[in-house]
Design a protein around this ligand. Structure first.
Ligand code: HEM
Length: 151
């Protein structure tokens, strides 16, 4: 087993946790939580994100560190174009996640604490939109990484 295999495993484990978690939230938890009254729904999402988001930070750190380590093995100039695009899109996804963490996630926590359900619903909607963008970018990046190696 080479270092490359360990890096690739860590990279893919991070991707699975992040992209898989977003898919679960979007396709399973969201429709199941929609009929709940606002106090319960927003409280549920606040509890879910409070556990998921710190895990996403860890996944991002692992994905970026292992990704650049694998790029450096080959060298930036020699790396295929698809790897450069993956790195760029990965950094954009990390930026979008940071914008959730410092923006609507803070607002959602404050709204739940203050029982301001209208503001909470607004913040949750912003989080949903940005998570959807990241989910689409994540799936496209996996497609690029697996199908676009000759690119
Ligand atoms: C800073 C960000 C990133 C960098 C620098 C990076 C770099 C790399 C590199 C160098 C490889 C090795 C490919 C190989 O040895 O075959 C790789 C594999 C892979 N990456 Fe990334 N990556 C990043 C982010 C992402 C993201 C955000 C995703 C998906 C959401 C992703 C999905 C994959 C997949 C699925 C593979 C496996 C491809 C294969 O071996 O067939 N990467 N990445």
């Amino acid at each position: 087993m080479k270092l490359h295999h360990i890096l690739l495993f860590a990279h893919l484990a991070g991707v699975i946790v992040w992209v898989g978690g977003m898919a679960f939230a979007h396709f399973c938890l969201r429709p199941a939580a929609l009929p709940l009254p606002p106090a319960q729904r927003l409280g549920l999402w606040s509890g879910v994100f409070g556990r998921f988001f710190p895990i996403v930070w860890l996944a991002i750190a692992v994905i970026v560190a292992s990704g650049f380590a694998m790029l450096l093995e080959v060298g930036f100039a020699q790396a295929p174009r698809s790897w450069h695009i993956m790195a760029a899109v990965g950094l954009v996804m990390a930026g979008i996640f940071a914008s959730i963490w410092f923006g609507p996630w803070r607002a959602l926590q404050q709204a739940v604490a203050a029982e301001s359900w209208a503001q909470g619903a607004q913040a949750l909607n912003l989080i949903r939109q940005r998570v959807t963008i990241n989910l689409v970018l994540g799936v496209l990046t996996v497609l690029l990484a697996t199908l676009g190696l000759a690119f």
